[in-house]
Design a protein around this ligand. Structure first.
Ligand code: ADP
Length: 586
């Protein structure tokens, strides 16, 4: 430590040593309290003061605060008390002049600053030294030394105190910087942690959007994502119900009063809702006026946003935001809100699609069951009147046929033919509905026996029916009978002019399944009709060329599907067709 030349240290050479020690000790400090303890102790001791105190200026409210003291008796009031700077006339003077003040003789301090004692109720010291501390031109505070005897402050002592207060100011400045830095690091760490949390939540949300179809759960997750970023936000998800928008999910901070009014619903005329609907996209407002915005109990908010969720060109849901401590929306925050909005829209669209599909399937199932019941009842109840028509037509033919003229006979024939066709229709419809209504359990069934029974019914002189070895399969025997009967009779019916109709049934193993093939040498089918012919009432020919109802293959399809199998065909027009179906092994 170098002192200005000519400084006479004389008997105070130890002061220089003290300064040296103090400087070293200060270098190791990191808190204000440590700095003050290190400075006060040697100052009081070296100069023989009775007490010392450090008062610092609080920059936020311009008050003097006691940072540390030494030697004052507790319980005895001093003249050094906390309070506004301007009340401390002495300190204010020193900080203004940037000069230390020394009061060496008894009564000098009291004389110069009489209000010290009257204001504080404390006793002014006999002698006193008060030194200002500055850092970068900013007043930091003062170091005060009080003496109970008159004291002459030699140039060496004054020099010592000057350097001491400068050192103290620098050390205090350093601890403040450290504090600041620590605070900054902590804030930044918190920010980064929040960002990481927000990011994680966002990733989880985007993943959920891809799979989850539970709309409310997704909305709740979106709210969590947004809350991770906007801690001061209240976020509410609404679904439209007529002209009202009813809250269905919300962030947990939502006040009870708001929950009540938002779940009851906000009208579409609510300004923020109207703005979002009109814009068709996210809207952001800076500044919030609860009265103007017509949302009761929303006074706590300072700004807001809303985004509509559009499905099938229709806005069905809304997400509204209120921010409590954020006066303005930044570009970045706006894009985050938009991104979440877009994801949620996708999810909503998908969820709606799935819900619609489920509903449609349910409706279809219901109408199918109804149709079957209707078909069964209708065909069942139609049987008696049809029988009456055909049998009476038969009687007329038999008894009065001869007395009818040609036209009368033609009409009668048409009545009889129509009656028969109606009977077939009713029989086939009954068979169609019975596939579901009259099911037998699936049991091991010998397909050879079934084929033989069917063949014996269909075998006539002009046709060939053959089979290879057939397996035992796990089926409803009656349905297998019906299946083979329909396919074989079609094979015989759709015969080619001048060719003896031949139908062959074979079977091949295919894993746990048996694949049957029913092949004919008939007229064949054009590929474009491969699907259509399995639909009920779909026929490729008029009844004048081939009699039929268009129900047989629809029945076959139902039977095979009931067994979990498949039915399809291959065909060469003009050569023949092969219908394949699979049934489970026994
Ligand atoms: P239907 O035989 O009573 O008309 P199906 O449902 O059994 O009703 O058959 C639907 C249509 O498929 C038939 O009208 C016919 O045009 C065509 N078809 C079915 N089986 C054959 C086959 N083996 N060969 C050629 N065409 C066929």
């Amino acid at each position: 430590m170098t002192l200005p030349p000519g400084t006479d240290l004389g008997p105070f050479a130890s002061l220089a040593e003290d300064l040296q020690e103090i400087t070293e000790a200060l270098a190791a400090t990191s808190t204000e309290r440590e700095v003050i303890a290190i400075v006060l102790t040697p100052a009081v001791r070296a100069l023989g003061a009775v007490a010392g105190i450090v008062l610092l200026v609080d920059q936020t409210d311009q008050q003097m605060k006691i940072a540390g003291s030494q030697g004052y008796e507790s319980g005895t009031p001093t003249v050094w008390q906390e309070g506004p700077i301007e009340d401390h006339v002495l300190i204010a003077d020193i900080l203004r002049m940037r000069e230390a003040l020394y009061f060496e003789h008894a009564g000098a301090l009291k004389e110069a600053y009489p209000e010290l004692e009257s204001r504080t109720g404390g006793l002014a010291a006999i002698a006193n030294a008060t030194l200002p501390m500055f850092l970068d031109d900013q007043p930091l505070g003062v170091i005060v030394l009080d003496f109970k005897e008159p004291h002459h402050f030699s140039p060496a002592e004054r020099h010592f105190l000057k350097i001491l207060s400068a050192q103290c100011a620098i050390a205090l400045g350093r601890t403040r910087l450290l504090d600041d830095l620590e605070r900054q690091v902590a804030t930044r760490t918190r920010q980064l942690e929040n960002q990481a949390r927000a990011q994680e939540a966002f990733v989880a949300f985007t993943e959920a959007v891809g799979t989850n179809t539970d709309l409310l759960a997704l909305a709740q997750q979106a709210i969590t994502v947004l809350r991770a970023r906007f801690h001061d936000a209240t976020i509410v998800y609404y679904t439209r119900d007529g002209d009202l928008w009813k809250a269905q999910a919300w962030s947990e901070d939502l006040s009870e009063a708001l929950v009540v009014s938002l779940t009851a619903g906000l009208p579409s005329s609510t300004p923020l809702i109207r703005r979002a609907i009109n814009a068709g996209t996210a809207v952001f407002t800076n500044g919030w006026d609860a009265e103007q915005e017509q949302i009761e109990h929303s006074e706590a908010y300072s700004t807001a946003a809303g985004f509509p969720l559009t499905v099938d060109d229709e806005i069905r849901h809304l997400v509204l935001f209120g921010l409590k401590d954020t006066p303005r929306w930044t570009e970045r925050d706006q894009s985050l809100v938009r991104a979440v909005g877009r994801s949620l829209t996708l999810a909503v669209e998908r969820a709606h699609g799935v819900a619609q599909l489920a509903q449609r399937t349910q409706e279809l199932e219901r109408s199918n069951t109804e149709l079957e019941q209707f078909a069964y009842i209708a065909s069942h109840d139609l049987q008696a009147p049809i029988r009456a028509v055909t049998s009476f037509a038969g009687i007329i033919h038999k008894r009065y046929g001869d007395s009818l003229d040609e036209r009368g006979q033609l009409y009668l024939r048409q009545i009889m033919e129509s009656g028969e066709h109606m009977k077939r229709l009713v029989d086939d419809l009954l068979a169609f509905s019975r596939v579901h209504t009259e099911q037998q359990p699936l049991l091991p069934t010998d397909a050879e026996n079934v084929f033989d029974a069917v063949a014996s019914r269909l075998q006539t002189s002009g046709v060939t029916l053959i089979r290879s070895a057939l397996p035992v399969v796990q089926t409803d025997g009656q349905q297998l009978d019906q299946l083979l009967q329909n396919l074989i009779s079609n094979g015989l019916k759709y015969r080619r002019e001048g060719v003896v109709p031949e139908v062959e049934v074979t079977a091949q193993r295919d894993g746990a399944w048996w694949r049957f093939a029913v092949s004919d040498n008939g007229i064949g089918i054009e590929p474009q009709y491969y699907e259509r012919i399995f639909e009920i009432f779909q026929r490729l020919h008029g009844r004048e060329s081939y009699e039929g109802t268009g129900i047989g293959l629809a029945v076959c399809k139902k039977i095979v599907e009931r067994h979990g199998g498949q039915l399809w065909l291959e065909s060469v027009p003009g050569k023949g067709s092969t219908f394949f179906f699979t049934l489970p092994e026994a």
